[in-house]
Design a protein around this ligand. Structure first.
Ligand code: GLN
Length: 217
C-alpha cells in the first residue's frame, strides 16, 4: 500500500496514476494513516503551506519515524523541497535526502515549462517533464544518486529509501515514475499499460477528477 500525503497540492493526480497501475493507495491526512505503508508520496503544491500543515497535524515526526522503520518516500516539486536537508535561504523541513535545493529556481509561475528526456533508470524512452515554479536541486551529498540533470541544475535524485523529482510525472499520461516508485517500495505491479512507453492513452487532462469527492447535487 502506498500513501499520498493529503494536506494540500496535487493529491488526486497521484492517486489516479497509482490506480491506473493497479497499486492500492490511501490518502494520508493523519498519523494513523501511515500505519503499514510501504511508501509515501508527498505531492507538489506549496512547500511553505505543506510544511506548516505537517507540523500542525504532527505528521512531520510521524513521517520521519515511519521512514526510519523502512517506509520509502517520494517527493514531487514542493514534496522534493520538504525532503531536502538544505533549503537555500530558508529552513529545511523533513530533511530526509542529503541535498541542497533552491525554491523557485527557474523564476516565477510564468517561467514554468515542459520538456522530455530519457531518464535511463526509470524509462528507456523519453518521459514528459512538467516544471511548475519548480525548485532546482543544486548539489547532493554522498549516497545520493543523480537520475537526471541539465545545464545548471539537478532534477531527479534517488537514495536507497527516497526519490525526489522537481517535475510532476502525475500531471502527464506517463506512468513510468509511479511504476518505478511502486517497484522501489517492493510492490508487485501489474503490467498495464502494455505500451513500452508506459503512456496510458485513456488519460485525459481531466481524468483524475474521478478521484475528487463531488458533493451530491
Ligand atoms: N514553488 C513551490 C514551492 O516553493 C513548488 C511548486 C510546485 O510544487 N509545483 O513550494
Amino acid at each position: 500500500m502506498i500513501g499520498v500525503l493529503d494536506l494540500q497540492g496535487d493529491v488526486v493526480e497521484h492517486l489516479d496514476h497509482l490506480d491506473r497501475l493497479g497499486v492500492s493507495a490511501r490518502r494520508v491526512k493523519d498519523r494513523s494513516d501511515l500505519a503499514n505503508l510501504q511508501g509515501l508520496i508527498i505531492p507538489g503544491g506549496e512547500s511553505t503551506c505543506l510544511a506548516r500543515l505537517l507540523v500542525i497535524f504532527g505528521l512531520d515526526a510521524a513521517i520521519r519515524s515511519a521512514y526510519r522503520r523502512g517506509m520509502k518516500i517520494w517527493g514531487t516539486c514542493a514534496g522534493a523541497i520538504l525532503l531536502a536537508s538544505r533549503v537555500m535561504g530558508g529552513k529545511a523541513h523533513l530533511g530526509l535526502i542529503d541535498m541542497e535545493i533552491e525554491r523557485n529556481g527557474f523564476g516565477s509561475q510564468l517561467d514554468s515549462f515542459t520538456g522530455r528526456a530519457v531518464i535511463p533508470k526509470v524509462s528507456k524512452v523519453p518521459v514528459p517533464l512538467i516544471f511548475i515554479r519548480a525548485p532546482k536541486i543544486r548539489s547532493v551529498g554522498p549516497g545520493v544518486e543523480i537520475l537526471w540533470q541539465a545545464e545548471d541544475y539537478i532534477a531527479a535524485v534517488e537514495t536507497r529509501e527516497g526519490l525526489a523529482t522537481v517535475f510532476h510525472p502525475e500531471l502527464t499520461n506517463n506512468l513510468a515514475f509511479h511504476s518505478y516508485f511502486a517497484r522501489k517500495c517492493g510492490l508487485d505491479i501489474d503490467t498495464r499499460p502494455a505500451s513500452p512507453s508506459e503512456e496510458d492513452s485513456s488519460w485525459t487532462i481531466t481524468s483524475w477528477t474521478r478521484h475528487m469527492r463531488i458533493a451530491p447535487g
